[in-house]
Write a new protein. Structure first.
Length: 131
């Protein structure tokens, strides 16, 4: 069922006329950008004063990435959300490794973008008749 698939929702959100396979990398890239924007919000606000909407968006991103099969990314987002929920508005937050999870998320996003670039290059050369 296409209506439940987050990738199809992204395609519809962008009013896309192309097929899923034509735009897969772009859809994943947009999803990674959304997660990256969330991490930027967290970086700017700090871990101790997170807005409710940011926490909700973090939970939503964890669920969406789980739906499309990005289990590792989803696990990192769930871990971050759970840890930040505990830390919110504490005067003396515990040392809980949230900075390490944040850094791992950034590294994962970087590696995913590299994979997307490699896939695009591969697809370009495989589709080119001169190669």
């Amino acid at each position: 069922d296409e209506s439940g698939c987050i990738l199809w929702q992204y395609l519809r959100k962008e009013n896309c006329e192309m097929t899923y396979s034509d735009r897969k990398e772009e859809v994943f890239e947009n999803l990674l950008d959304d997660v990256d924007n969330l991490l930027e919000e967290l970086f700017q606000s700090g871990y101790d004063t997170i807005h409710d909407s940011t926490m909700q968006a973090l939970q939503r991103a964890a669920e969406e990435t789980e739906q499309i099969g990005m289990a590792y990314l989803s696990s990192l987002l769930h871990t971050l959300a759970a840890g930040l929920a505990v830390r919110r508005h504490q005067i003396h937050p515990p040392e809980d490794g949230m900075a390490a999870v944040f850094a791992e998320l950034n590294e994962y996003l970087y590696l995913c973008r590299g994979k997307i670039a490699c896939d695009r290059g591969r697809d370009y050369y495989l589709a080119s008749p001169d190669v």
